[in-house]
Design a protein around this ligand. Structure first.
Ligand code: TRP
Length: 364
C-alpha cells in the first residue's frame, strides 16, 4: 500500500494564540491544508498535555479550548479539510502511551533538552509530576496513533519528534512494522522560527505581556506596534540604525512580502532596500512602524473578522469539535487494533489463538 501523507500538529490550550504561533505554525498549516498534497490533516488541542503543568487550574484549560478553536477557524483551518479534535477525548492515546512507556528509559527522558529546560523554568526539580516528565511519550502517542508523516512545529519540539521516531523504531523492531516514523517540518525562516515579543525579548509569552494576539483589535495592534522595541541607539532619524535584533525589522522579515512595498511604501523596492536605508541613517522608526502596521493589519484583519463571525455561534464550534473528536477517535482506534495485534494482546479477535490453546490443553 502506498504510504499516505498525513499532517498532524497541536497546541496546548493555555492561552489565546498570538502572532508567534501564527508565523511559526498556523499560517503553514493552512497552506498545507490547501495544498492538496496531503491525504489527511489533523489539528488538535493538547488539553491533557496542558494539564500536566496546570493540574490545579483546569478552568484555564477549559476556557482556552474554545479560544484556540476560534483562533484555528479564524486563521482558515477548515473542518471540511482538516480534522480538529481535543486530545483528552481520545482514550486510545492513553492506551498507546501506556504501551510506549515500556520502550523508553528514565535516563532517556531526563536527557530530553525540552523537558530539562521546562523543569528548570517551573522549578519542578525533584517534585516533577510523573505525567509531566513522561509527556514526550504521550506526545509520541499523539503523533503515531494517527500515523502522521509530517509534523509542522517550532524548533523547540525537535527533541519530541526525535523521541517519537525512536519509539517507532523500537516498536517496529520488537513487534513488527506497524507504526510510521514522523518527520518534523520547521518554519521557513529564522524570524518565523522564533518571533520575539514586542519588547524585543526572545520569546512571546503571556506572562511577559509582550504578545500580539490574533484576537487583538486593530487599535490594540496599532498601539503595540507604536511602542515596539527597536534599536535603542537609533535616537535621531539621521543616526545609522541597527536592523539585527530590531523587533520591527524581525516582524517585517516574518510578515512583509515584496508586493506590500508597492501598496504601502513605493519609495522602496523591497525589504533589503529599506534595511539598507535604515542602516545608513536618515530613516525614522515611525515610518518603518507605520509600514509594519499596514502590512500586519492587512494580514490580521481578515482573521479578526472571521473570528468575530465564528464567535456568533459558539454551540456550532463545539459541535464541530465533537465531530472532529469522533472522526479522530475512529482513526486512533484502527491504529490501536493493529498495535494490540502486533503486541499479541488481541485475545478475542484471534480464532487461531483459541484453537491453538484448545489443542494444547487437550493434548492433541
Ligand atoms: N508540545 C506541543 C506544544 O507545546 C503540543 C503538542 C502535543 C504537539 N502533542 C503534539 C505538537 C503532537 C505536535 C504533535 O506546542
Amino acid at each position: 500500500m502506498k504510504q499516505e501523507k498525513i499532517v498532524l500538529t497541536g497546541d496546548r490550550p493555555t492561552g489565546k494564540l498570538h502572532i508567534g504561533h501564527y508565523v511559526g505554525s498556523l499560517r503553514r498549516r493552512v497552506e498545507l491544508q490547501n495544498s492538496g498534497q496531503f491525504d489527511k490533516i489533523f489539528i488538535f488541542e493538547a488539553d491533557a498535555q496542558a494539564l500536566t503543568d496546570n493540574i490545579d487550574n483546569p478552568e484555564k484549560v477549559r476556557q482556552n479550548v474554545i479560544e484556540v478553536a476560534l483562533d484555528y477557524l479564524a486563521c482558515g483551518i477548515d473542518p471540511a479539510k482538516s480534522t480538529i479534535f481535543i486530545q483528552s477525548q481520545i482514550p486510545e492515546l492513553c492506551e498507546l502511551s501506556f504501551y510506549f512507556m515500556d520502550l523508553v528509559s528514565v535516563s532517556r527522558l531526563q536527557r530530553n533538552p525540552t523537558v530539562k529546560t521546562e523543569i528548570q523554568m517551573r522549578n519542578f526539580e525533584a517534585s516533577i509530576p510523573v505525567g509531566f516528565f513522561t509527556y514526550p511519550i504521550s506526545q509520541a502517542a499523539d503523533i503515531t496513533a494517527f500515523k502522521a508523516t509530517t509534523v509542522p512545529v517550532g524548533e523547540d519540539q525537535e527533541p519530541m519528534l526525535e523521541q517519537a521516531r525512536e519509539i517507532v523504531r523500537r516498536f517496529n523492531y520488537i513487534y513488527g512494522d506497524t507504526l510510521v516514523e514522523p518527520n518534523i517540518l520547521l518554519p521557513e525562516n529564522a524570524a518565523c522560527l522564533r518571533l520575539p515579543g514586542t519588547d524585543g525579548k526572545a520569546k512571546m509569552s503571556k506572562s511577559l505581556g509582550n504578545c500580539i494576539y490574533l484576537s487583538d483589535s486593530a487599535d490594540e495592534v496599532e498601539k503595540k506596534i507604536r511602542t515596539m522595541y527597536t534599536d535603542p541607539n537609533h535616537l535621531k532619524v539621521s543616526d545609522p540604525g541597527q536592523v539585527e535584533g530590531n523587533t520591527v525589522f524581525t516582524y517585517l522579515d516574518a510578515f512583509s512580502r515584496p508586493e506590500h512595498f508597492g501598496r504601502y511604501l513605493p519609495d522602496y523596492a523591497d525589504l533589503e532596500e529599506l534595511k539598507a536605508h535604515y542602516r545608513r541613517g536618515g530613516l525614522g522608526d515611525v515610518k518603518v512602524k507605520k509600514f509594519l502596521a499596514a502590512v500586519m493589519q492587512e494580514e490580521l484583519e481578515p482573521i479578526r473578522q472571521r473570528r468575530k463571525e465564528f464567535e456568533q455561534d459558539i454551540p456550532a464550534v463545539y459541535e464541530m469539535l465533537k465531530k472532529g473528536c469522533e472522526a479522530a477517535r475512529a482513526v486512533a482506534a484502527d491504529t490501536l487494533s493493529e498495535v494490540r495485534k502486533a503486541m499479541k494482546i488481541n485475545y478475542f479477535d484471534d480464532e487461531a489463538l483459541i484453537a491453538e490453546q484448545a489443542a494444547r490443553f487437550s493434548g492433541k
